[in-house]
Design a protein around this ligand. Structure first.
Ligand code: MN
Length: 265
């Protein structure tokens, strides 16, 4: 088996080394990731400048590694579009420094790398550790990643579906098990910080406390990891709200002529 490993924390992040090492027992491992930290870059595709890809030394023996000049999504795309010659069986992304739960998924470069893989019809799993500290320990999350790949769950993923995995920040023996859950509800505690530059012009930071969220609603990723479980969430690229479709159709919009505004709205 040939596994492609990417991330958004950058090729030098400890989480990607831990994940690549965890994948090595399954066969061949190729690492391709942004040369710098691209966290919260979402699913950005580089279209207006060239991409550079350089072979780089990597701390895991037996792993070929490349750093790209741009995004996690670009890294996976170039690999799957022919830069990596050997056929790829599975794409894994992470292990991210910090959780990717709830609405985080739309910001996440880690999850977007996995999205890019499923767009190109490759099974993909995103792994995140619910610990944002500099000295986070990735060993338990790496063992969980190895276990999940060994179980072969990725073989059951339908088209356009990835598996999103969050591992609580606990030693392996203290992790209680696995919960298959939906996305929970994040609360972002962002604030707009306004300052003045040396030339008198205002500039802005989006800053503030780390995101929190609802850990009490049972059956969500936030609830599972808060209670010491690994969360497993299948994520579909179809973001359609089907219930709302029926509601919109019920409003009669489909029988209107273009430009027609009914008198009673
Ligand atoms: Mn990240």
């Amino acid at each position: 088996m040939h596994i492609l490993v990417s991330n958004d924390d950058g090729i030098n992040a400890p989480g990607i080394a831990a994940l690549a090492a965890a994948m090595l027992p399954f066969g061949q491992v190729t690492v391709i990731a942004p040369k710098e930290n691209r966290s919260a870059i979402g699913h950005r595709k580089t279209m207006h400048k060239p991409l550079r890809i350089d072979p780089v030394p990597f701390p895991v023996e037996g792993v070929r590694a490349y750093a790209t000049s741009e995004t996690p999504s670009d890294s996976v795309a170039v690999a799957l579009l022919g830069f990596v010659k050997d056929p790829i069986d599975l794409v894994v992304s992470g292990i991210n420094r910090g959780a990717n739960m709830g609405q985080d998924l739309t910001y996440s470069g880690t999850v977007s790398a996995a999205f890019e893989a499923v767009i190109w019809h490759k099974p993909a799993i995103a792994f995140s550790l619910v610990d944002h500290s500099e000295n986070a320990d990735y060993s338990a999350a790496a063992a969980i990643a190895r276990q999940i790949v060994a179980l072969g769950l990725y073989r059951d993923l339908p088209p356009l579906t990835l598996l999103n995995v969050n591992v609580p920040a606990l030693p392996l023996e203290q992790i209680k098990g696995f919960k298959v859950v939906r996305q929970g509800l994040r609360t972002y505690n962002d604030t707009l910080i306004t300052r003045i530059d040396p030339y008198g012009r205002p500039y802005y930071w989006i800053g503030g406390e780390a995101p929190s969220g609802d850990t009490t609603e049972e059956g969500t990723d936030l609830w599972a990891t808060h209670n010491g479980y690994v969360s497993l969430t299948p994520i579909h690229l179809d973001m359609t709200n089907y219930a709302m479709m029926r509601q919109l159709q019920g409003r009669g919009i489909e029988s209107l002529k273009p430009g027609e505004i009914p008198s009673q709205t």
